[in-house]
Design a protein around this ligand. Structure first.
Ligand code: URA
Length: 433
């Protein structure tokens, strides 16, 4: 088999078989297929697409390119979730504890953020001492003991994706549904959980810009899950504005703590309760979502959910006093309120721009080796549909230095304020399975 023939074949819209896909993945991982040939193939895939069968075969070839995590020593149904990412997305920090407090076994491997804001691991690392480097044995033990662990993805998991993703990043081939689906699902399948809940986001601050594309991506991933006999479902949620109010690592941990106390922003709580009820049904702990929803509300109101977060933090070496008293999180020297120049209703709020502002403050990384600043970020006081008076605070900035005029302009340009009444947007469009 020759790679050049396979590139031509896909260019002419041919459908690959199992052997051809295996040849491509093996060859790219062992270095016998060079980057330039793989780039050409990825671009051909972007234009011609992959069938559902090809996408499933590609996913499995990638899944088995490295180690597979064996979670069979954990009793019960192991549930996992994955978000396609968005600005202010701290759902894992809330979902993990509430689902575990209701008896779910949450064994989650997360990645770091690349792009506008930090990832779940960066957020957790803002808790002093929190360790994300946990051995497989300790990971399994922790989930067996307390039902919850969130750790860093093992370096040996899906090497094919690491290589292909790095290449896609520099060849304009990231935004391609079958490639995104196989990338995400290969890692989720290799992580070994029994069920997968995907939160597929759409809108300005998300990978998928439109609802239609988000649904297509979700369906592609659900089909892969079906092919692999894994219960895979997806919430389709809007990222037309940041989720919750906080953007930035420790600011998001504080917001997650508040949400676990029942005092968080309504949109974040709603998403976590709906996604959590789906996870509990997937785990077969509840027969229907409405009962699961009530159980999740109960663990928030009786304090068990917050207790679960504390247990996880303690097991992973973090300082629990920060969870008990979030005032302990370091505050940077500049805390600046940005006030409205106009009276009216917030019509739009550019999530991506605000994510980039947070990154420029130091809260996210531009290259994968950069450190993130855990203390900086933004807290929104006004979101879409809110009424605002001239001089009222739109958002609060947490920064190390005074803001440049350029950054201030970027913040102001993120808000559109109009005279007419604006409805609050729908957050969860649907739950697909
Ligand atoms: N997240 C991933 O893990 N892979 C993609 O291709 C896109 C988003």
């Amino acid at each position: 088999m020759r790679m050049v023939d396979l590139i031509e074949y896909k260019k002419n819209n041919g459908e690959f078989n199992q052997q051809q896909i295996q040849f491509i993945i093996d060859g790219y991982v062992d270095g016998s297929i060079p980057d330039y040939q793989m780039s050409a193939l990825l671009m051909a895939i972007c234009f011609q697409g992959l069938t559902a069968k090809e996408t499933a075969m590609l996913t499995q070839a990638m899944e088995y390119s490295g180690d597979i995590i064996d979670l069979s020593k954990i009793e019960g149904v192991k549930v996992d979730k994955h978000s396609t990412g968005g600005v202010g997305d701290k759902t894992s920090l809330v979902l993990g504890p509430i689902v575990a407090a209701c008896g779910g076994k949450v064994a989650k491997m997360s990645g770091r953020g690349l792009g506008h804001t930090g990832g779940t691991l960066d957020k957790l690392e803002s808790i002093p001492g929190f360790n994300i480097y946990v051995s497989e044995e300790d990971f399994i033990q922790q989930v067996n003991d307390i039902g919850l662990a969130i750790i860093g993805q093992s370096a040996t998991l899906v090497p094919a994706d690491k290589k292909i993703y790095a290449l896609r990043d520099v060849t304009g081939t990231v935004s391609c549904i079958p490639l995104i689906a196989s990338s995400i699902m290969s890692k989720k399948l290799a992580s070994g959980a029994d069920t997968i809940l995907l939160d597929v986001k759409y809108g300005n601050g998300a990978f998928m810009q439109t609802l239609e594309d988000a649904k297509k991506l979700a369906q592609t991933m659900i089909d892969i899950g079906k092919h692999c006999h894994k219960d895979t479902r997806a919430t389709i949620s809007s990222m037309s504005q940041p989720l919750g109010n906080a953007i930035g690592n420790s600011l998001e941990v504080i917001e997650a703590i508040e949400t676990l106390k029942g005092k968080g922003p309504q949109d974040l709580e709603e998403l976590c309760l709906k996604a959590g009820s789906t996870m509990l049904v997937q785990a077969k702990l509840y027969q229907d979502e409405s009962l699961a929803y009530k159980a999740l509300q109960e663990v928030i109101s009786d304090g068990k959910a917050l207790e679960k977060l504390k247990e996880m933090v303690q097991r992973q070496g973090g300082d629990v006093s920060y969870i008990e008293n979030p005032e302990l999180f370091e505050k940077p020297s500049v805390i600046m309120k940005i006030t409205s120049k106009k009276t009216g209703y917030v019509q739009s709020l550019e999530a991506k721009n605000l994510g980039i502002v947070s990154m420029k403050l130091g809260g996210g990384r531009m290259t994968k080796d950069e450190d993130v600043d855990h203390a900086v970020g933004l807290v929104l006081n006004k979101k879409i549909g809110d009424h605002v008076e001239i001089g009222e605070t739109l958002l609060t900035v947490y920064a190390r230095n005074e803001l440049s005029q350029e950054l201030l302009n970027e913040i102001y340009q993120s808000y559109t304020i109009v005279d007419e009444f604006v409805e609050k947007p729908i957050l969860i469009e649907e739950i697909m399975k």
